[in-house]
Write a protein that binds this ligand. Structure first.
Ligand code: AMP
Length: 215
């Protein structure tokens, strides 16, 4: 399966991608996860990306495309991929199209995860993330809390609130989404690839995506 997950921050892209991976054996590529690891490990890329990320702005297209050009050609992508958080701008989508054509592959479809704004705000404010760069498991303090002492159930590292999940940064991320990423919905509609799926409860969302895949 080769697909893109579109949706506002908090729409559930990460959780949906993990479930689809289990079902289809494809690889999840999250530019957010790649960038967060780089920031924590203080690499050259991390140093460039840190400020943009903390304020909820997008990292420049040139940096993202440098990462994705390489990532999409790694051998595990032969199993298929689920792009989570990429592309985020029309320029990224156009460059992705060029890469895909050059690799002589095609996208199966693009899923747009739809969620009402009040649900998004509640999800983001209650979301917590494992601080281990190679884990980044997601929790929710109400519905899926971490283990005792705020530790990750998978790797035991501290589970934290992301710096970009303060109220101010969340509002900026949503504004950035509306102005820069939402236009991708029309872009992929015009490409004939778009499927809109309601993303409220994970099992129902996955069932809807499976139905779309089989239709
Ligand atoms: P995410 O985990 O997908 O919400 O991404 C967290 C942050 O990483 C975003 O708010 C951006 O600052 C940055 N980021 C992730 N993916 C991209 C992308 N494709 N283009 C630009 N910035 C990105």
């Amino acid at each position: 399966m080769r697909t893109i997950l579109l949706g506002a921050p908090g729409a559930g892209k990460g959780s949906v991608a993990k479930e689809l991976n289990k079902l289809y054996g494809s690889v999840q590529i999250s530019t957010g996860d790649i960038l967060r690891s780089a920031v924590q490990e203080e690499t050259k890329l991390g140093k460039k990306a840190k400020e943009y990320m903390e304020s909820g702005d997008l990292v420049p297209d040139s940096i993202i495309m440098e990462i994705m050009e390489v990532r999409l050609q790694e051998p595990d992508c032969k199993k298929g991929f689920i792009l989570d958080g990429f592309p985020r701008t029309i320029a990224q989508a156009q460059k992705l199209k060029t890469i895909i054509d050059r690799l002589n592959i095609h996208l199966d479809f693009v899923v747009n995860l739809e969620v009402p704004l009040d649900v998004i705000l509640e999800r983001l404010e209650t979301r917590r993330t494992c601080s281990n760069p190679s884990c980044q498991e997601i929790y929710n303090i109400k519905r899926n809390p971490p283990a005792e002492g705020g530790k990750c159930k998978k790797c035991g590292s501290p589970v934290i609130q992301r710096v970009d999940e303060t109220k101010e940064a969340i509002l900026n991320r949503l504004e950035t989404y509306n102005s820069k990423t939402a236009p991708l919905i029309d872009f992929y509609e015009n490409e004939g690839l778009l499927k809109n799926v309601l993303s409220l409860k994970l099992p129902e969302t996955i069932a809807s995506i499976k139905k779309e895949l089989n239709s």
